[in-house]
Write a protein that binds this ligand. Structure first.
Ligand code: PMV
Length: 360
């Protein structure tokens, strides 16, 4: 589908003054999206595990807009408390989606949101938050266009999520999602994420993700700034080529269930993401000493056991531990014995592969 396929025709009716709610998961990229063109067009394709326990629940209540209101009329609450500091991001989202959802300037929207993971835990809520919001707006559009095709609903939800945050486009379905065009993946697109349709070996069933919280709070350099610094980066074109190749390799690994090969690709991707940050101009560092201590402990653990435990990283200091369900007990023991000391206030979050967003 192309961009203009997402532009809506005139609606016959009016929106009902009611609530629209969705629960949407976070996701963790295995092949990283880093670098983009305007607006949120990825410089390379990415693939992610959809998570389960880490999610956002959002309800949007539609009401009549007062005549004197600004172009976009909304209020936003997190855990019941007003959050005016979220407004600029939502305003940008409304501006970007207006051409695709022409009703966004015709009503007042009360947005109420809550995350299952602790606020300012360093877990990015933009993927789950933006996708939950986009899905609520798609439910509104669906109420105006009742015969909407399911496939179109999810594609457009992902398309709109992308306009909020690129990685949010991968938070719609599961257990894996692809965002960005790749020659080996039919129907992959730079405009929206699609569910990975290939074979998934049983080794990856219920794959675990335990997130070790190393550093909590605001990131020193935002993802928006980070993506921009990839433009003109001296390694950029080699990195984009590498991401295409790593994704091809990973597709084979997912089919074959080759966990040793999985570890190599996934850890390399995590380190390359941070290597790009460290070699951007200006350069910066989001890893913390405890991130490196954890990584070294994981390598030591693997060298001393037959484990397939590996790590990946987001744009921050926290470490995602990925491992097969069969290793759950042993890895949780390892975390308690050796890794928890490196976590802020001994905090970590246990999650696993999930199957996508749910209507509330
Ligand atoms: O969705 P954004 O614009 O915050 O970009 C996120 C990019 C990474 O999380 C670092 C990697 C990824 O693919 O999710």
């Amino acid at each position: 589908m192309i961009q203009k396929d997402f532009i809506s025709k005139d609606y016959a009716g009016q929106l009902e003054e009611t609530d629209f709610g969705w629960q949407s998961p976070s996701n963790i990229a295995l092949i990283k999206y880093w670098g983009k063109r305007e607006i949120q067009i990825p410089a390379n394709p990415s693939i992610s595990f959809t998570l389960d326990n880490c999610h956002t629940k959002t309800w949007v209540t539609v009401s009549t807009k007062v005549q004197t209101a600004k172009e976009f009329s909304f209020e936003i609450f997190l855990d019941g408390a007003s959050k005016p500091d979220f407004a600029p991001k939502i305003e940008t989202f409304f501006k970007r989606v207006q051409i695709y959802l022409p009703f966004v300037n015709a009503y007042h929207f009360k947005i109420q949101t809550t995350n299952s993971f602790p606020h300012s835990s360093g877990i990015a809520s933009s993927a789950s938050g933006m996708s939950a919001l986009a899905l609520c707006f798609m439910s509104m559009e669906n109420s105006l266009v009742p015969n909407m095709d399911q496939e179109y609903f999810y594609k457009k939800a992902s398309f709109l999520s992308r306009l909020g945050s690129g990685s949010a486009s991968r938070s719609i379905e599961g257990p894996l999602m692809v965002f960005g065009e790749h020659q080996d993946i039919a129907e992959s697109s730079n405009l929206y994420g699609i569910k990975y349709q290939g074979e998934l070996h049983k080794n990856f069933k219920n794959y675990q993700d335990t997130v070790l919280l190393v550093d909590v709070g605001e990131k020193k350099v935002s993802s928006t700034v980070g993506h921009d610094l990839v433009n003109g980066h001296p390694f950029a074109s080699a990195r984009f080529e590498q991401a295409h190749k790593n994704l091809s390799d990973l597709l084979y690994i997912l089919k074959q269930g080759d966990l040793e090969a999985f570890v190599k690709v996934v850890e390399s991707e995590a380190l390359v993401l941070h290597a790009i940050m460290m070699s951007s101009q200006p350069y910066y560092l989001l890893l913390r000493p405890n991130t490196l201590r954890i990584i070294e402990k994981i390598w030591e653990y693997r060298a001393n056991t037959a484990s397939n435990l590996c790590f990946t990283l987001d744009a921050g200091a926290n470490v995602h531990l990925l491992y097969p369900e069969a290793e759950k007990e042993a890895v949780l023991q390892f975390i308690k014995n050796e890794l928890v000391v490196y976590c802020k206030n001994e905090q970590y979050i246990c999650d696993q592969i999930g199957f996508g967003a749910k209507k509330l």
